[in-house]
Ligand binder design. Structure first.
Ligand SMILES: [Ca+2]
Ligand SMILES: [Ca+2]
Ligand SMILES: [Ca+2]
Length: 228
């Protein structure tokens, strides 16, 4: 019986090691990559491959799960609009035919129901440059999860799209918001604000394995102990 008990204890220990969603540091590995349409969402950013919400601003409103800081405005096609290239239906090097959001230092907070996203991103589309863009993220308490700085921009306001960049962050403990700021607080455009869940920790799977293996373990241990 002692063998059985130590084996079960060991198995539980294994399960406990595998199960918790350990709050490691936030990852900014998925950032500063070209983005012309959803086909350019970096592989591995979402566990399912797709976001839960993908806000492209084409309906002129912000998704109910998101809130943006005051002073930002969604702008209509034409003029200096610089949407993600594919939002006007054709990838042609121009983002003038879609909608995006425009303003200075920009922050998006998750205000939806359910658990906080563990993968949160946006696409920086314009203004001017080259300039440094600082991309930041915040945890469930609003504390900083860190930030990165990347050189962006192509020195034109002409709705070009080759310089548009995806900035994403992952954090297993949940992300309450993201922010982006172009050089010195200059005006900028953003599109494709999106959130979802990063590759899940195999918690249910680990417990399923544990339960599935228990009858085998009991039988084996009893045999070893000469009870069967
Ligand atoms: Ca758009
Ligand atoms: Ca286009
Ligand atoms: Ca652009």
């Amino acid at each position: 019986m002692r063998h059985l008990w130590s084996a079960i204890t060991a198995l539980f220990a294994l399960g406990l090691v595998a199960a918790p969603a350990v709050a490691a540091d936030a990852s900014f590995a998925f950032a500063d990559t070209p983005y012309l349409s959803e086909a350019d969402i970096p592989a591995g950013f979402y566990g399912s491959g797709l976001p839960t919400v993908l806000e492209n601003f084409e309906d002129g409103a912000l998704d109910a799960s998101l809130r943006v800081n005051a002073g930002m405005q969604i702008i209509a096609p034409g003029g200096f609009t610089d949407s993600v290239d594919g939002d006007d239906g054709v990838i042609d090097g121009s983002g003038a035919g879609g909608r995006s959001i425009f303003g200075g230092a920009m922050r998006f907070d998750f205000v939806g129901a359910g658990p906080l996203p563990t993968a949160f991103a946006l696409v920086w589309t314009d203004f001017g440059g080259p300039t440094d863009a600082t991309f930041s993220a915040f945890d469930a308490n609003g504390a900083s999860l860190g930030s990165i700085v990347r050189r962006v921009g192509d020195s034109t306001f002409a709705s070009t799209t080759a310089e548009d960049r995806f900035f994403g962050v992952q954090f297993a403990g949940g992300i309450s918001g993201i922010a982006i700021l172009s050089g010195g607080g200059g005006l900028q455009e953003v599109d494709r604000v999106q959130w979802g869940f990063a590759a899940p920790v195999p918690e249910p799977h680990a417990w399923a394995l544990l339960l599935a293996g228990l009858p085998w373990l009991v039988t084996t241990t009893r045999r070893r102990a000469g009870r069967v």
